[in-house]
Structures are given as C-alpha cells and as structure tokens.
Design a protein around this ligand. Structure first.
Ligand code: SF4
Length: 268
C-alpha cells in the first residue's frame, strides 16, 4: 500500500482536508498551497453554537454537571447572548446523551481508563501510530467520544449539531476513525461507530467492523480514497463552483464569483 508522491506532498491529511481538494483545487491551493493565505472566517452563528454544544458534551462526559458545562462552553466559544440562548436549547439533549453514555459504560463494562474524549489520533504512511504534530504524520483526526468495552471493542461516537443526514454520508469519516483506532489501539477486536445527531437527539449506529476488515479493506480503501480525492493536485488550481462555495472563506475574492480572473487579481 503506497501513497503517491502528490498525496504525500500535502500530508498530513484528514477527511475534511481531502474533501477540500476533491471539491475545489483553487480553494485547496489558497488554503494549503505554497502561497497560502489564511482563509477568512465566515460569520456562522449555527457553527459557533455547534462548537459550544460539542464543548458542553466534552465537559459533561468528563463528569461536569450540565448547567456548569453549558456555562463553561458558552464562555469558551465566546458566544453572544443570542447564541447562548440557542446553546441552552440543547440542554436536554446534552443531559440525555450524557446519561445514556453512563448507562452504556455500565452495561458494556467500560473501565475509566478506557474512555477517550476529544482524543487526537494520527498515523504515518506505514499505518503506525505517530505524533499528531510530527511532519511525517500522514493522517490525523480527533475523536469526539470513544470507549473500549470489556469485550475489547472500541465504540466511537461523533457529535453532529447540524441537520440529520443519512449515516452513509459520513462513511469516509467513520472509516478513517476505524483506521485511527486500530493504529493507536492495535489490540482491539473491532470498532463500532455511531453519529449522535444532537438536534434530533438521535444516536444512529453504524455496523461493527472487525480489526481484520479494517486491516484488509479499510487501509487500502484510504490509499484509494486519498489518491482519487487528490486528482486535482495534478493540474493547475481551478475554481469548481458548487454548494460548498457558501462555506468557502475565499468566496469574496474567487474568480468564479467576482468575474475577475485570478491572474488579473495577482497582477493588481
Ligand atoms: S468560492 Fe467556490 S469555486 Fe471559489 S475557491 Fe471557494 S470553493 Fe472554489
């Protein structure tokens, strides 16, 4: 299993970074290319509230009471009073998920030392555990919540605060979690992933996969996935407009939206 040079050149990867090059090579070039420019932030209060809900869950899953967790999360995210109101709209979901996780930990015999909250994991080109910040790291990501059961299976939950979608939409991300899990916890028997759709309070489970499946199917899949996603790196950066432009911080200066070509912008 070998990663092609154009993939290695822009490592470390994550599924969201691969999504950028897959959709638009111009955005990728501006964000990660040789003359990168920091991507301007988009005003998005839903995303800011979503980040705060993540933080609130992080605190409650570590044992904090819900009221204080919401307060700390609002402070950490620097929410406005209107955004804080929206955050409080998630209070019951945060409480219910936390209680559910407590019950699950008891049911599956999860030891305190086997709980991973907002855990950063990474691996190198040989699919070996690596330092998250090491330049030789190939892939990295952060797991919202993971527990290892008494049967030695890892359960990974990812929180989503936006609209509920089919779990198949998240398959690349969930597969990448499975690979990160096995490279960082090589003795696990298998992995089961799930999405916690916070708005609808719906925990949607994915199928359990064995360590063998991750080894034999998911690792080669990642090589193919990154290679296919990175096709745009083999030619000149080009704008590719689509629904994703609404989430692109470069939109105000993008030739596809301003009608001004990139060359003439550079010349100014
Ligand atoms: S606005 Fe759209 S087309 Fe332009 S750089 Fe961003 S993603 Fe690409």
């Amino acid at each position: 299993m070998e990663f092609p040079p154009h993939v290695l050149k822009y490592a470390p990867w994550s599924i969201s970074k691969a999504g950028v090059i897959e959709r638009c090579s111009l955005r990728f070039d501006m964000k990660y290319g040789p003359s990168k420019v920091k991507e301007p932030e988009i005003e998005d209060d839903a995303a800011r509230v979503g980040t705060a809900v993540h933080a609130a869950l992080e605190y409650t899953l570590q044992g904090e009471v819900v009221r204080k967790a919401m307060q700390y999360a609002a402070e950490r995210a620097g929410l406005t009073s209107v955004e804080e109101e929206k955050l409080h709209g998630f209070k019951d979901q945060v409480a219910r998920f936390t209680e559910r996780m407590e019950r699950m930990r008891k049911k599956f015999g999860v030891a305190d030392s086997m709980i991973y909250i907002e855990r950063k994991w990474s691996f190198n080109t040989e699919f070996k555990k690596s330092d998250y910040w090491d330049k030789k790291t190939l892939f990295r990501g952060s797991v919202d919540y993971g527990v290892v059961t008494r049967e030695n299976d890892l359960i990974i939950m990812d929180h989503k605060s936006g609209k509920e979608k089919d779990i198949a939409t998240y398959e690349p991300q969930l597969r990448s979690y499975c690979i990160m899990a096995l490279t960082n916890l090589p003795n696990i028997r298998g992995v089961q992933t799930a999405i916690n759709f916070i708005q609808t309070d719906n925990l949607v489970w994915n199928k359990w996969v064995s360590a063998e499946t991750i080894e034999k199917e998911y690792k080669p899949w990642l090589v193919d996935h990154l290679t296919a996603s990175c096709k745009g790196l083999l030619s000149e950066p080009t704008p590719s407009p689509g629904w994703w432009c609404d989430w692109c911080g470069y939109k105000p200066t993008c030739p596809s939206h301003t009608g001004v070509s990139r060359g003439s912008q550079d010349a100014e």
